[in-house]
Design a protein around this ligand. Structure first.
Ligand code: SF4
Ligand code: SF4
Length: 69
């Protein structure tokens, strides 16, 4: 099963990965968490649904997403 790891401290909270990129619609910005740079980091809401397609990885402008298969 693929695993997406979001590096919360690297994430800039741009939301690109959450904006209709994920076919499974399982990426959100965490509303009640702020990283040390002041950004709401992204998270995967249901890892079981992740197909490992890599779209979120490709759209992220930061090296904030890692995918393990
Ligand atoms: S790898 Fe694909 S299915 Fe998994 S979170 Fe990223 S965009 Fe969604
Ligand atoms: S695209 Fe990258 S930097 Fe932007 S919210 Fe998603 S993980 Fe964070």
């Amino acid at each position: 099963m693929p695993e997406v790891k979001i590096l919360e401290e690297v994430c800039k909270g741009c939301g690109l990965c959450c904006d209709n990129v994920c076919p499974e619609n399982i990426l959100i910005l965490i509303p009640d968490r702020i990283n040390s740079n002041g950004y709401h980091p992204a998270m995967v809401t249901d890892m079981k649904k992740c197909t490992g397609c890599g779209y979120c990885f490709k759209v992220c402008p930061e090296p904030a997403i890692e995918i393990y298969k």
